[in-house]
Ligand binder design. Structure first.
Ligand SMILES: *[C@@H]1O[C@H](CO)[C@@H](O)[C@H](O)[C@H]1NC(C)=O
Ligand SMILES: *[C@@H]1O[C@H](CO)[C@@H](O)[C@H](O)[C@H]1NC(C)=O
Ligand SMILES: *[C@@H]1O[C@H](CO)[C@@H](O)[C@H](O)[C@H]1NC(C)=O
Ligand SMILES: *[C@@H]1O[C@H](CO)[C@@H](O)[C@H](O)[C@H]1NC(C)=O
Ligand SMILES: *[C@@H]1O[C@H](CO)[C@@H](O)[C@H](O)[C@H]1NC(C)=O
Ligand SMILES: *[C@@H]1O[C@H](CO)[C@@H](O)[C@H](O)[C@H]1NC(C)=O
Ligand SMILES: *[C@@H]1O[C@H](CO)[C@@H](O)[C@H](O)[C@H]1NC(C)=O
Ligand SMILES: *[C@@H]1O[C@H](CO)[C@@H](O)[C@H](O)[C@H]1NC(C)=O
Length: 602
């Protein structure tokens, strides 16, 4: 009894001390978050500052055992402004930080010095700047660091070697200078492209992809072109070195452009057609008069002049070696090869360029890679696709099937892809009215394909192009079935049952469309969600109670008119149904069109 009386107050006090400590730590985390949200604008305005605990706030993760904030994840939340001091850096138990795809500024790496538990840092696509400070290399638990596409500067320090757990390091698209240090970590991803680095690439990086280093004008050594050794480089003129550097940069970035370059050079002495053959297959040329072509009619695309060293039809392989057009506005392959081109993006089926023709026209050219069908099969499919008309399907304007190159030509669509608008700075222009109209247009286009016994095979927001007035055009219809694809099953749009993308099905199209609907409503990029958080968009939406959808799931830009809320929820239900795991449970595209029409009318 005495014993208990004596010790109880101490025991109680110990308890209350413990309680105070954990409470005040969480309170300090909360203070830090409030300091953060008071300066940066964006989704943090939804944080309810009257909550005593920050753990229920969007994007905030707590460990309820230690009662501390361990994660801050606000990717693409339109946060803008300079990260204030004593905010994120005060979350000393933080393990995962994702502020990817915002408009944040500041020197955040300096602030993180006391966040020694950090494992994952995703800060790509912001406007962050500053050097990587020495204190950063004390964060010895780091596993993945992505600070690409910012304005970080300074040298890449050899102290990265102190981060022994690091496996993924993305530094591309910044202003880093100096040489690449000899880093011994076992990187599974390493990217320093598009900086101002110089010097020799350390030997242990020699077997990494060229793509990890491109866009650094003064970097050399494997996997890039070899470094000029001392004596040689003294003899080479500055111009020659510049030539080599420019040559290799063109070679890897604008391949089409370098083919143009080749063709221009040989144009004077050779015919255009052979120049193309040369560029493609390096067969030595022989002089010949340029043949006349008729582009309007695919039946007459062979040269009318058969005199010449290649001996006319019979000796000519089945190569028509020209572009075939479906309608008006055709041009010669040579015109295309002479045009200047700008790469728009790389996708599953190949690389897309915008070409500026000499006559002032602009077209989109898709350079297909890994085409796995014969010329006959290719032509049959493209001709079938080319004849199909629907106002929301991007028509194929022309095609070319050469030995080396397989090209498709499309009209240029001014605004860009739905993905770039929806996940870009102009997303607020996409009101609910526009989004629902886009959804209906896409649905009708896919239904049109299905009703003609075709499947799209690769529905995603990247493949939806927007013209003026946000008129949607579905592109890449049926193309994925022509190529062998090596992309891993992580696209975020691919139906769970699809193993081989060449075997397209209507059900898989409906799944992809369902994801697209959810993307339109949430503004979330399903591929990023999949890669970064390992969860697909339907599960993410369904993980939130329906009563909280409007505050937690809807894209902020859709909250302007409360009357829309009910319809937006109905939309989400259509999307979830389309994206059922089991193909049989998915609606047909015809049903989807009917439902969306009804929702748009109500
Ligand atoms: C904010 O939190 C307080 C206390 O938890 C609650 O009473 C209030 O309704 C919340 N406000 C909003 C807008 O959710
Ligand atoms: C944390 O809280 C969740 C839900 O309240 C609970 O399921 C989980 O078991 C808790 N974890 C710990 C470590 O207490
Ligand atoms: C945040 O960190 C700074 C520097 O360590 C410290 O002075 C300050 O008290 C911290 N703020 C809070 C609210 O804990
Ligand atoms: C880290 O913690 C130390 C000691 O508490 C403090 O002096 C320093 O200001 C903190 N750094 C930052 C960036 O908050
Ligand atoms: C990295 O580790 C080395 C050797 O352990 C040490 O000398 C150096 O100070 C560390 N660098 C940083 C920035 O902590
Ligand atoms: C990037 O940082 C440099 C200094 O390192 C600065 O001069 C430049 O204005 C910054 N650019 C942007 C877009 O913030
Ligand atoms: C590079 O080579 C090392 C050993 O030489 C090997 O362990 C590693 O797997 C290779 N990496 C790639 C991407 O081939
Ligand atoms: C590295 O980044 C560049 C620029 O964003 C990108 O084009 C390239 O594909 C990346 N390389 C790798 C190996 O992922």
């Amino acid at each position: 009894m005495e014993f208990i009386n004596l010790f109880t107050p101490i025991f109680l006090c110990f308890l209350c001390f413990q309680f105070n400590v954990s409470f005040s730590d969480l309170a300090a985390d909360r203070e830090a978050l409030i300091r953060f949200s008071s300066v940066v604008q964006g989704n943090t305005i939804r944080w309810n500052s009257s909550d005593p605990s920050p753990c229920s706030w969007t994007g905030v993760l707590c460990d309820n055992a230690t009662n501390r904030v361990t994660g801050l994840r606000l990717p693409g939340a339109r946060l803008a402004g300079e990260i204030p001091p004593n905010s994120i850096g005060n979350l000393t138990k933080l393990r995962r930080l994702s502020l990817r795809g915002n408009l944040l500024r500041g020197e955040i790496l300096l602030d993180l010095e006391n966040c020694s538990e950090l494992r994952f840092i995703y800060l790509q696509n912001n406007r962050l700047s500053g050097e990587i400070p020495a204190t950063f290399f004390r964060l010895s638990n780091l596993i993945r660091v992505d600070i690409s596409s910012n304005n970080f500067s300074g040298e890449i320090s050899a102290s990265f070697n102190n981060l022994t757990r690091l496996t993924h390091l993305y530094l591309e698209n910044n202003q880093f200078t100096g040489p690449i240090p000899d880093l011994s970590s076992e990187f599974s991803q390493f990217n320093v492209s598009m900086n101002n680095l110089n010097g020799r690439i350390p030997r242990r990086f020699a077997n990494l992809s060229v793509n990890s280093f491109t866009g650094n004008q003064q970097l050399c050594g494997a996997p890039l072109s070899s470094c000029p050794n001392e004596s040689e480089s003294n003899k080479l003129s500055g111009g020659a070195i510049a030539g080599i550097v420019v040559g290799s940069a063109l070679g890897s970035i604008l391949i089409i452009a370098s083919i143009f370059f080749l063709c221009r050079n040989c144009h004077k002495s050779r015919t255009s057609r052979q120049a193309v053959q040369d560029a493609a297959s390096s067969i030595p040329p022989s002089p010949e008069k340029p043949p006349a072509y008729d582009f309007r009619s695919p039946d007459h695309i062979l040269p009318t002049d058969h005199s010449g060293s290649d001996g006319g039809y019979s000796a000519r392989p089945d190569n028509n070696d020209e572009l075939t057009f479906f309608g008006e506005g055709g041009f010669l392959l040579d015109d295309l090869l002479r045009a200047s081109a700008e790469m728009l993006g790389k996708g599953t089926v190949g690389t897309t360029y915008k070409a500026y023709l000499d006559n002032g026209g602009q077209v989109i050219v898709k350079r297909l890679k890994n085409v796995c069908v014969s010329k006959m099969e290719f032509t049959k499919k493209i001709v079938y696709l080319g004849k199909l008309y629907h106002e929301n399907l991007l028509p194929i304007k022309g095609y070319y099937y050469g030995k080396e190159e397989k090209l498709l030509v499309f009209d240029f669509i001014p605004i860009g892809s739905l993905s770039s608008v929806l996940h870009g700075e102009e997303r607020s222009q996409l009101t609910w009215e526009i989004r629902s109209r886009i959804a209906l247009q896409i649905a009708s286009a896919i239904e049109h394909l299905h009703s003609h016994n075709l499947c799209h095979g690769n529905i995603k927001s990247n493949n939806i192009l927007l013209a003026n007035g946000f008129q949607a055009s579905v592109s890449e219809s049926g193309l994925i079935q022509l190529v062998t694809s090596s992309t891993p099953n992580l696209s975020g749009y691919r139906a769970p049952e699809v193993i081989d993308t060449r075997i397209a099905s209507r059900e898989a199209d409906v799944y992809g469309f369902g994801i697209l609907l959810l993307e339109l409503v949430t503004g979330k990029d399903p591929t990023v969600l999949m890669n970064e958080e390992g969860i697909d968009l339907p599960r993410w939406v369904q993980g939130v109670d329906e009563s909280r959808w409007s505050s937690e799931v809807f894209d902020l830009n859709l909250l302007t008119n409360p009357n829309d809320e009910e319809n937006i929820v109905r939309f989400l239900h259509v999307g979830i149904r389309c994206a059922s795991q089991v193909p049989k449970r998915r609606s047909s595209m015809m049903e989807v069109v009917q439902r969306i029409k009804k929702i748009c009318k109500d």
